[in-house]
Design a binder for this molecule. Structure first.
Ligand SMILES: CCCCCCCCCCCCCC(=O)SCCNC(=O)CCNC(=O)[C@H](O)C(C)(C)COP(=O)(O)OP(=O)(O)OC[C@H]1O[C@@H](n2cnc3c(N)ncnc32)[C@H](O)[C@@H]1OP(=O)(O)O
Length: 177
């Protein structure tokens, strides 16, 4: 279902329907929304954004496929699909921090560590992330100091550095929201 949603968003991003077709699509979407109105549940019970599913089972972030992961590092790949276009065939600038937050955040919490939250995330944009290209993401633990975990990451298109990032993740205290 989520993959169908992603495909639909890609098609919407790439299409130019007529006014009549747009109205017809809007009516279909409204009908689908109404069908889920009495199926609303708590966050824990939802299918959307489940950690156990590749790509987290949601359509918000670019889908990251993990190739290798241990407690210290992670390697994965990602393809920015048409929905994520910012302009001129490049991914929207905001989608790259989104991807890093997801990847670095996962690593910060991997290896049996207690849950942490992003305190800061610094991203350097080195070259455009081309829509449709398969990019490689790597991330690693840089240092740990008490509750503070520093994680760095890189996104590459072949040998070309697309972006790099550093994040501070602070371990939550018991009961901290
Ligand atoms: C929650 C996770 C669920 C698991 C899912 C996993 C996969 C999910 C994948 C997706 C993942 C997505 C993840 C997301 O997107 S998480 C969503 C985005 N992030 C947030 O919403 C976080 C909002 N902020 C907070 O909740 C608090 O500020 C936190 C918890 C971060 C710290 O507040 P807390 O009251 O707890 O701690 P403290 O203030 O005593 O600070 C402690 C230490 O840290 C240092 N410090 C703090 N901030 C900064 C800073 N900006 N620069 C430099 N240093 C900073 C501070 O100086 C101190 O150092 P020291 O004096 O001790 O040396």
């Amino acid at each position: 279902m989520i993959e169908s949603l992603r495909s639909f968003l890609d098609r919407v991003a790439g299409a130019r329907p007529t006014a009549e077709e747009s109205a017809e699509l809007a009516a279909t979407l409204d009908r689908l929304s109404a069908g889920l109105a009495d199926r609303q549940v708590s966050e824990r019970e939802r299918l959307f954004a489940r950690l156990s599913v590749q790509g987290r089972g949601q359509s918000l972030t670019p889908q990251l496929f993990i190739d290798e992961q241990d407690a210290q590092s992670v390697t994965g790949h990602v393809t920015f699909r048409p929905y994520f276009v910012g302009g001129n065939g490049a991914a929207h600038g905001g989608t790259i921090p989104l991807l890093f937050d997801e990847a670095l955040g996962r690593l910060a919490n991997a290896g049996g560590r207690r849950a942490s939250r992003t305190a800061y995330l610094t991203v350097n944009f080195r070259s455009i992330a081309r829509i449709g290209n398969r990019l490689t993401l790597t991330a690693r633990h840089v240092k740990e100091d008490g509750r503070k975990r520093v994680i760095s990451g890189e996104l590459r298109d072949g040998d070309l550095l697309v972006a790099d990032a550093e994040g501070l993740f602070v371990e939550l205290r018991p009961g901290q929201p």
